[in-house]
Design a binder for this molecule. Structure first.
Ligand SMILES: Cc1cc2nc3c(=O)[nH]c(=O)nc-3n(C[C@H](O)[C@H](O)[C@H](O)COP(=O)(O)OP(=O)(O)OC[C@H]3O[C@@H](n4cnc5c(N)ncnc54)[C@H](O)[C@@H]3O)c2cc1C
Length: 459
């Protein structure tokens, strides 16, 4: 249906003014807000749901550094604090396949509350960015929509950490999306209770799965060095379930990874439903994905009940608060990262941090087992205005929607890399304000000096 209505002009109350306004509170936005506040400017963090954390808390993605092996050269900035703070507050447990912490997705909500309070960030929940405010060519703030109505927040600098580049899109910047047929799949995450941990781990020990086994159902390119490493991947019970008619034989997207099994029999972060051809910026697709995803998660549980030792009495504990989206809009940037950059240790003068050579997506899995890493360039955070369109000078992007091609997205979308772009965007916004330049025109040496002061490894 292509009908349209024209809305009347309206008067909108300004509810706050701030130096740096961060929209979206996933690993990218949370890092951006804390980093900006630590750099000494007034910072607000606005989030559409009722808690901070993005996919980590809303979807239940526990594995912030599941790629980390003995020889990995890892980031040293704010990302490491996610694990440290979670551990300190009892919200982390040893991750099963790596030298890292699995984050407790529910408790991390409290960790994030405490973290932003300590950093002096002003929080606003339940508020969705609905439009940008312009004064001629200059961005002045954001219109939000929430239960109080439609409201305005004025800001000197803005950071789009919505994952979907919502602000850049609303501001008329250039964005790209992978064709729907090739977009990374979406997932309804779920957790179970009633698992017999000892029995399940015995089964895993007797039937060890390696990364090379991922390829049985999916096409997966590795670099070879990953193949013999242990992976918490489950396929056999689902193959049996297909053969027994518990899952329709054509439904190949059920199967995947398990994560933490608590001593109380809770299996969390069950990443076992993968559905393709859903666009996370299309509300009809989101609606279908939520409903179909829940249906498939229940089929997965029935299969686990029948064919996964230890899961015989398991029941649903919860679904993620929302369907998990991996892949939507990416900005076109001053610099667009490439596959070559993330595969071949790119080096940039405007580096805002490093990220290990970890690629996960579009049929490629490369783990950073050998200490290789690339620089994340500031240029990939700077959105390009559309040809002939209005300027975006004071808007930066953090998180999974920074500029680059598909394979570079399979690297930068990882939560730890989102913390790198987040910290870079937060610091650059603060430094630009203090030095009287635009965010896009900030002196990179000043940004790098503040990042170093905040503990970031730049090179
Ligand atoms: C099922 C699944 C499993 C994954 N597994 C892993 C894994 O094991 N390890 C890993 O590192 N990565 C994993 N990823 C990828 C990773 O979770 C994301 O790429 C990462 O969280 C992106 O971080 P972000 O900060 O860019 O965005 P998000 O984490 O998506 O956060 C964006 C935030 O912005 C808010 N928001 C969105 N639009 C608006 C708006 N208009 N106004 C206000 N707020 C808004 C959202 O509510 C959300 O809080 C997984 C992803 C999925 C979906």
């Amino acid at each position: 249906m292509n009908r349209e209505i024209r809305e009347p002009e309206r008067v909108t109350p300004v509810i706050a003014e701030t130096d740096v306004l961060v929209l979206g509170s996933g690993p990218g936005g949370l890092s951006a807000a804390v980093a900006a506040a630590r750099a000494g400017v007034d910072t607000m963090l606005v989030e559409r749901y009722g808690c901070f954390g993005g996919n980590l808390t809303h979807v239940g993605v526990e594995g912030i550094a599941w790629y980390r092996q003995g020889d990995t050269v890892d980031v040293e900035g704010i990302g490491i604090e996610f694990e440290q703070r979670a551990r300190k507050q009892g919200a982390a447990e040893r991750e099963v396949q790596s030298n890292s912490e699995a984050i407790h997705a529910e408790l991390f909500k409290v960790v994030a509350d405490d973290w932003i309070a300590e950093a002096g960030v002003r929080p606003l929940l339940h508020s969705t960015a609905a439009d940008v405010i312009r004064d001629g060519d200059t961005l002045r703030g954001v219109i939000i929509q929430n239960k109080s109505g439609r409201q305005a927040i004025l800001a000197k600098r803005m950071i789009d950490a919505t994952g979907d580049a919502d602000l850049v899109h609303l501001a008329g910047g250039e964005c790209v999306k992978t064709e729907k047929e090739k977009m990374l799949g979406v997932t309804v995450m779920f957790s179970c209770t009633g698992v017999d941990k000892a029995r399940f781990l015995e089964y895993v020990k007797a039937n060890p799965v390696k990364y090379k086994d991922w390829g049985r159902n999916w096409d997966m390119e590795t670099s070879g060095k990953e193949d013999e490493l242990f992976s918490p991947y489950l396929e056999e019970p689902f193959e049996k379930a297909r053969a027994a008619g518990v899952i329709p034989p054509g439904l190949k997207g059920i199967g995947g990874t398990w994560s933490t099994i608590s001593d109380h029999g809770e299996a969390t972060y069950l990443n076992m439903v993968h559905m393709n051809e859903y666009d996370g910026t299309d509300v009809w697709d989101l609606t279908r994905a939520e409903i179909e995803g829940r249906r498939q998660a229940m089929q997965a549980i029935r299969a686990l009940n029948r064919f996964a030792p230890g899961f015989g009495d398991a029941r649903l504990r919860n679904f993620g608060m929302t369907v998990g989206i991996r892949d939507t809009r990416k900005i076109r940037g001053r610099y667009d990262l490439t596959e070559d950059d993330v595969r071949n240790q790119a080096r940039f003068d405007d580096s805002i941090g490093i990220f290990p050579e970890f690629i996960d997506g579009y049929g490629v899995l490369i783990l950073p087992t050998t200490g290789r890493y690339f620089h994340v360039p500031f240029g990939a955070l700077i959105p390009k205005a559309a040809a002939g369109g209005p300027g975006l000078e004071n808007l930066l992007v953090a998180g999974r929607s920074i500029a680059g091609d598909a394979i570079s997205h399979a690297a930068v979308r990882n939560m730890m890399c989102c913390t790198v772009s987040g910290q870079g965007a937060g610091v650059a916004s603060a430094v630009s304000l203090k030095t009287g330049t635009s965010a896009a025109g900030v002196n990179i040496a000043g940004v790098q000096a503040e990042l170093r002061r905040q503990g970031v490894r730049l090179h």
